[in-house]
Design a protein around this ligand. Sequence first.
Ligand SMILES: Nc1ncnc2c1ncn2[C@@H]1O[C@H](COP(=O)(O)OP(=O)(O)OP(=O)(O)O)[C@@H](O)[C@H]1O
Ligand SMILES: [Mg+2]
Length: 256
Amino acid sequence: MFATTTQRTTRDGEIGSTLVQVEHLTRAITTRAQTTTILDDVTFTVPAQSLFAINGPSGSGKSTLLNMLTGIDRPTSGSVIFGGAELRAKRESALAKWRGKHVGIVFQFFQLIPTLTAQENILLALELCQGNGLPRRLWRKRALECLEMVELGPLAHRLPSELSGGQQQRVAIARALANDPPVLIADEPTGNLDSHSAIQVFDLLAGLTQRGKTVIYVTHDPRLAARANARIELLDGRIVGQHGAQAVITGTTGGK
Ligand SMILES: Nc1ncnc2c1ncn2[C@@H]1O[C@H](COP(=O)(O)OP(=O)(O)OP(=O)(O)O)[C@@H](O)[C@H]1O
Ligand SMILES: [Mg+2]
């Protein structure tokens, strides 16, 4: 099922089009005692190849929203149309496959496998996605290329414990790029780094938009939020500020 509304999304995310369209998204959690609304009628669009920030105080729903964008969690109501596809329409197994190809995820605490080298961590991502069509014999080369993109080629054989925090996060970015997804989603990617490493890692993420990627990130740092091309601000699960997060409609491939 593809977007049919006026704000059409494009499958490939050509520049100027809408890549992600979130419509009236609500996430509520019901326990025996009560229902808590974590996201409340959230509507916005992410322009393709943008650097897109999600801001807001602790507990405002940022991570919950990212989990909806990656399909890790499902909305209570509303929809996420991502690259022309409605995530809700996908079954769990299809969603996992889709995620592997379309989204690279970067976590605050890196989440590298400690017993694997930098290159092996990236190989694992390729393995999980069967190389996204790349023949197996090219996987090691691809892993090294990803490390070179984050300027860590010479450290490919180090274990995470032999790398600094900033270097580990760069490996995590390289891993997120392994299957060449159009979108990177990063939850506080610099939250665990000193300010020098934070800027280095952020520059790297920001530079990926020049390679055609869309980068959606959560940050508490106002300096990093200010560098976004488009941004939403959440408070108590609602959007209270929105800058440049509306669609620019140029694409014609929405119904492809
Ligand atoms: N499974 C859950 N059950 C109940 N409440 C939840 C659950 N997951 C999240 N919440 C609540 O939803 C709200 C939003 O959580 P979320 O983790 O999205 O916030 P956040 O903006 O990412 O915060 P932080 O900046 O601290 O990471 C919080 O009040 C949290 O306690
Ligand atoms: Mg969070």
